[in-house]
Design a protein around this ligand. Structure first.
Ligand SMILES: [Zn+2]
Length: 413
């Protein structure tokens, strides 16, 4: 095996000047724990030892740049005076400073802790690497792209005190070796929190037509945007209440800020700023991730509602007792009011518990705990028979939900 390695070294060094990185990289799978340039330096030294042992060697002289004292070597090898360019990388590894400088410039003014390096190699570089592989084979080698990414990553870690992160970096640093440009992509910042909506008539997210001037999203995002100086925001809620309903239970959400310039923001200060609003309150703000958005979106928390119900005929306290029959399974066809945007299908949902408080002969307060996805207004009105059973059906009078509050959202497990 030793011979095969040294034969391969000789084959490579015969082709022209090859730098330590590019020499060592052809043996990257050997001697784990070394960097490629360390491997390259070792191999070059061992190769010189062969020469010193008077083995006849045939390599490009440019590969021997150092001075040595051995009389044998002085006779067999004449050190090259000029510093040649590596025939594989074209001197890229010796000129990393140039790229580090460009990267630092591109990162200017951007706050981040973690990064990922991505490179677009030029056709020349790829071509030279493939040419070498055709000549000497690919046993033990590593692609040049992997080494460039790693070496630049090591420098950024050391010089800027940041951390490379393959999974969810704050920024992607994209180096294009064809155009010579460095681009920095700022990954979104995710902030988890829980909100209450204290006023009716506010949609959860931005209303496209501008019919509603504000939304829970805009109220929460405004101070976050000025702190992060991001481009835009997206709001991911764990379900949503109707525009005319209040949400007095704490509803989990994740606010996504795209292309933030600042990440080291004080969430306590933000919480206080948001809570100056009379419409929305937030609590438990913390940094989050795209994974939590997925969890939030698929969660099905049990909810409790308080509904003020009006009837078209008089009812008694005794009538209201019958409503206990509503506990159990109900069937709901897609409500008429949302049928223009949702497909028509039948859902089975469970009413878990229910309480009624008589107010007057045509008004009562209904507190109901249901599975996620139950349409409460339709549970009350019956939606022309599309929800069965319903409050109206059981009471035998027309019922309408005058005011609705979400009073509790159970914890997402
Ligand atoms: Zn090289």
């Amino acid at each position: 095996m030793t011979m095969r390695v040294m034969e391969k070294v000789e084959m490579i060094l015969k082709l022209g000047y090859v730098c330590d990185h590019c020499l060592g990289r052809q043996f990257a799978q050997l001697l784990e724990g070394y960097s490629n340039d360390e491997r390259g330096r070792l191999l070059r030294k061992v190769f010189l030892m062969s020469a010193d042992a008077q083995r006849k060697i045939d390599i490009d002289r440019a590969n021997i740049t150092e001075q040595f004292h051995s009389e044998t070597l002085k006779k067999t090898i004449k050190p090259s005076k000029k510093h040649a360019k590596c025939i594989v990388c074209g001197g890229l590894f010796e000129n990393l400073d140039k790229w580090i400088g460009k990267i630092r410039k591109a990162l200017g003014g951007i706050e981040f802790d973690t990064f990922l390096i991505g490179t677009k190699l030029n056709a020349d570089l790829i071509g030279r690497e493939e040419w070498l592989w055709e000549k000497v084979g690919i046993d033990y080698c590593e692609p040049i792209k992997a080494e460039i990414n790693r070496e630049i990553g090591k420098r950024i870690e050391k010089e800027l005190g940041k951390k490379a992160d393959l999974k969810s970096p704050d920024v992607n640093i994209i180096i294009n070796f064809s155009t010579g440009r460095v681009k920095v992509e700022k990954n979104p910042l995710f902030i988890y929190g829980e909100y209450q909506k204290l006023r009716r008539g506010i949609p959860q997210t931005i209303w496209p037509s501008g019919k509603y001037k504000t939304s829970v999203q805009q109220i929460i995002a405004k101070p976050v945007m000025s702190a992060t100086r991001g481009e835009w925001h997206k709001f991911h809620g764990a379900g949503r209440e109707d525009i005319d309903a209040r949400c007095l239970g704490w509803r989990p959400f994740v606010l996504e800020i795209t292309e933030p310039k600042k990440r080291h923001i004080d969430l306590d200060t933000l919480e206080k700023k948001i809570n100056k609003s009379k419409s929305v309150r937030v609590r438990h703000l913390r940094f989050s991730s795209i994974d939590e958005v997925r969890q939030l979106k698929s969660a099905k928390p049990v909810k409790t509602y308080a509904a003020l119900v009006k009837t078209n005929k008089d009812i008694t306290r005794k009538d209201l007792k019958k409503l206990n029959n509503l506990v159990g399974e109900i069937r709901q066809w897609t409500p008429l009011r949302v049928s223009h945007r949702r497909s028509n299908r039948c859902r089975k949902r469970k009413v878990l518990s229910l309480k009624v408080r008589y107010i007057n002969k045509r008004t009562f307060l209904l507190t109901v705990r249901t599975e996620a996805g139950t349409y409460i207004k339709e549970l009350i009105s019956g939606d022309s028979g599309r929800t069965k059973p319903s409050v109206a059906e059981i009471l035998g009078v027309q019922c309408v939900c005058k005011q609705l509050d979400v009073t509790k959202i159970d914890k997402i497990k």
